[in-house]
Design a protein around this ligand. Structure first.
Ligand SMILES: Nc1ncnc2c1ncn2[C@@H]1O[C@H](COP(=O)(O)OP(=O)(O)OP(=O)(O)O)[C@@H](O)[C@H]1O
Length: 350
C-alpha cells in the first residue's frame, strides 16, 4: 500500500469511487504508513536526553517554564527524570524551520505519548501550524529531528518507510473535495488505498459518519453542508480505516484550529467529537474511540478546556511553557498570563 501524499490543493474532478486508481493529491492528509511489522506502538526505547533540550523550572503547580538554553541546562546539571519512553508516538527534538529569512521554529522539542490529548497554543504567527506540518511529515525541519515510535524520520512522509503509525492532519478549512459527495469524500482513502469491496466501503462510510453524529448526508456535496458539518465530515474522513487488515495501526490525529469560525455550540459539538474518537472515550455509537493520541492547535478557550489535557505554549518559535490545562490559568509565567488574559501589557508584542 502506498503512502498518501498530503497537500491542500488538488480536487480530483474525474474521481469516481468505483474506479480505483493511483491518486495522491488528497486535500485530506492521512498518511497511512504501511505496516510491515506487527510490533505494538509502544516500542520500548529509552531516550537518554529527555524530552527537551532546555533548562526547565517547575512551578509549584507542576507546570514547566521552559528556559530554552541547552548549554545552561547542561551547565546547571539539570537532572532529568528517567522516563520510560515506550509510549512515545511522536517526538520533535530541537526542530528548527525557516521560510526565507524568517526563522519560525527555533528549537522545538516535545513528545506525544500514547493516550495523550495535547493542545498547542500561542500567539499568531508563532509557528503552530508549521510544527503540525513538521509532525505530519509535510515539512522537513531545517535542523533537528522527528521520531515516529522511536525511529528517526528522514525527509518527508512521502519518502519514509517507517511502519506502525498513521498520522492524520485535519485542516482548519476541512479541505473536502467539492466535486465529490460526502460518501466519496469520507471513503476516499479506502477507495484509493484498500482492497475492500465497494459494499463494505459504503458500510464503513455510513458507520463512520454515524460515529461523528451524521446520518443521511452521504449523497450531499460539501457546498450543501454547514461549516460544523463539514468539519465533522473531515473528521470522519480522517478516522475511517480499513477493517479488513489484520492489524490496524494506531493513529495520531493533528487538528489545525478545528473550531475556528464556529459558533459556541457548534464548537462544543466538534470539541466533544474530538474527545469521543479518542481511545479513552466512546463515540456517538458507544464504541470506544480508536485515535491513540491527538494534538490540537487552537486559539479558543473552550477548545482548550474541553478537548485537551496538556498544553504546549509556543512563543517566538520555542516551547516556553507546558503543563496541564488546569494549570494554564494559574500560571505565573508572564507570557502565559498575558495570553490568557488577552492583555496588551506584557512581553508579547504585536
Ligand atoms: N510555506 C510558507 N512559506 C513562507 N512562509 C510561511 C509558510 N508557512 C508559514 N509561513 C510563515 O511562518 C509563520 C508562522 O506561520 P504558522 O501558520 O505556522 O503560524 P501560526 O502560529 O499557526 O499562526 P496563526 O495562529 O495565525 O494560525 C508566519 O509568518 C507565516 O507567514
Amino acid at each position: 500500500m502506498g503512502t498518501t501524499i498530503p497537500n491542500a490543493i488538488g480536487c480530483p474532478s474525474s474521481f469516481h469511487p468505483s474506479r480505483r486508481r493511483s491518486f495522491s493529491g488528497s486535500p485530506l492528509f492521512t498518511s497511512a504508513l504501511p505496516s510491515s511489522s506487527s510490533r505494538t506502538p509502544a516500542r520500548r526505547c529509552w531516550m537518554a536526553c529527555g524530552s527537551t533540550s532546555a533548562a526547565e523550572s517547575r512551578n509549584l503547580d507542576g507546570a514547566k517554564n521552559v528556559n530554552e538554553h541547552p548549554c545552561l541546562a547542561d551547565n546547571l546539571g539539570v537532572v532529568r527524570d528517567s522516563i520510560d519512553d515506550a509510549d512515545v508516538l511522536i517526538e520533535c527534538r530541537d526542530v528548527h524551520k525557516s521560510f526565507g529569512d524568517k526563522h519560525i521554529l527555533r528549537g522545538v522539542s516535545f513528545k506525544i505519548r500514547h493516550g495523550e490529548a495535547v493542545g498547542i497554543i500561542g500567539p499568531s504567527g508563532t509557528g503552530k501550524s508549521t510544527i503540525l506540518k513538521v509532525m505530519a511529515g509535510l515539512l522537513a525541519p531545517d535542523k533537528g529531528d522527528v521520531f515516529i515510535c522511536g525511529r528517526k524520520r528522514h525527509g518527508l512522509i512521502s519518502d519514509e518507510e517507517i511502519p506502525g503509525l498513521r498520522i492524520g492532519l485535519v485542516f482548519q478549512s476541512a479541505a473536502l473535495f467539492d466535486s465529490l459527495t460526502v460518501r466519496e469524500n469520507v471513503g476516499f482513502l479506502l477507495y484509493e488505498n484498500s482492497k475492500m469491496p465497494e459494499n463494505r466501503i459504503l458500510e464503513r462510510v455510513t458507520e463512520t459518519l454515524a460515529a461523528v453524529g451524521l446520518k443521511g448526508v452521504e449523497d450531499r456535496f460539501p457546498s450543501e453542508l454547514s461549516g460544523g458539518m463539514k468539519k465533522r465530515v473531515a473528521l470522519a474522513r480522517s478516522i475511517i480505516f480499513d477493517d479488513t487488515k489484520e492489524m490496524i495501526e494506531p493513529e495520531v490525529l493533528l487538528y489545525d484550529e478545528p473550531t475556528a469560525g464556529l459558533d459556541p455550540i457548534a464548537s462544543t459539538v466538534v470539541e466533544d467529537l474530538i474527545r469521543s474518537v479518542h481511545v479513552r472515550r466512546n463515540d456517538a455509537l458507544g464504541i470506544p474511540g480508536k485515535i491513540a493520541s491527538y494534538v490540537v492547535v487552537t486559539h479558543q478557550h473552550s477548545t482548550i478546556r474541553r478537548a485537551v489535557d496538556r498544553l504546549l505554549f509556543l512563543y517566538e518559535g520555542r516551547i516556553v511553557w507546558e503543563g496541564m490545562t488546569q494549570e494554564f490559568t494559574r500560571s505565573t509565567n508572564p507570557i502565559v498570563r498575558q495570553f490568557a488574559s488577552g492583555s496588551l501589557d506584557g512581553p508579547i508584542r504585536y
